[in-house]
Ligand binder design. Structure first.
Ligand SMILES: C[S@@+](CC[C@H](N)C(=O)[O-])C[C@H]1O[C@@H](n2cnc3c(N)ncnc32)[C@H](O)[C@@H]1O
Length: 219
């Protein structure tokens, strides 16, 4: 087992591909210093990062579609992080890594500059109560960090079902000179179908609720 990997004995069965959960589920020590994707993935392929991967519906499908890309899922609920890593093992996805940390802290303090090709944020927790708004991911400081982390030409895709939070997302992104708005339905990214069917979108979109999207390219 390489340094910094977490060992989960109960689920430690090798998949037909030879992958184990401990290969894909990174320990927090892996990002004790500035994130180094070359070290994490062992190659210099394009990197896609998803913040708040939940059960991994998007991450697993995207990693299957784009085997030449590296995928890092950030999910701070440990049981979900392990579930995603388990799914990735079962699908033989050696291009996936999962990290059970607070993505906001990671972006603010540890993320490498100009190192991400595609950033995905789908259905981040809306924290609807006013006294909880400070817990929201979309704050100016986070947007600063997200912009810093993107390569020039890198793209950022955002989807939510929460109208009020969407207004906040627009308020902290649309006036940023570094970001050029682009079409969400970019065939090179994940946007097929037009509404991304993440676990959350499927679960809560059954009643025909609106889905709101933003997409940007870093200039
Ligand atoms: C509403 S769910 C959406 C999950 C998935 N993106 C989807 O669309 O199905 C939000 C997820 O983000 C995770 N999350 C929220 N804030 C986070 C943070 N700061 N860092 C990492 N994960 C976070 C939560 O644990 C939860 O699994």
């Amino acid at each position: 087992m390489s340094r910094g990997r977490v060992k989960y004995k109960s689920l430690e069965q090798a998949s037909p591909s030879g992958l184990q959960i401990s290969d894909l589920l990174l320990a927090a020590e892996e990002v004790a210093e500035t994130v180094n994707f070359g070290r994490i993935f062992g190659n210099d392929r394009p990197v896609e990062v998803e913040i708040g991967s939940g059960k991994g519906g998007f991450l697993i499908e995207a990693a299957q579609r784009r085997p030449g890309h590296n995928f890092l899922g950030l999910e701070y609920m440990g049981k979900f992080a392990m579930y995603i890593a388990d799914r990735a093992v079962r699908h033989g996805l050696g291009n996936v890594r999962v990290l059970g940390v607070d993505a906001s802290h990671l972006f603010l303090h540890r993320m490498c500059p100009a190192c991400i090709d595609l950033l995905h944020v789908y259905h981040p927790d809306p924290w609807p109560k006013k006294r909880h708004h400070k817990r929201r991911l979309f704050q100016t400081s986070f947007v600063d960090a997200a912009i810093r982390s993107l390569k020039a030409g890198g793209r950022w895709y955002i989807q939510t079902d929460h109208a009020e939070y969407f207004e906040v997302m627009k308020a902290v992104t649309l006036d940023r000179q570094e970001l050029e708005p682009i079409d969400f339905t970019d065939p090179e990214a994940v946007a097929e179908p037009a509404v991304l069917q993440t676990n959350f979108a499927v679960r809560y979109g059954q009643g025909g609720e609106s889905i709101y999207q933003l997409a940007f390219r870093k200039k």
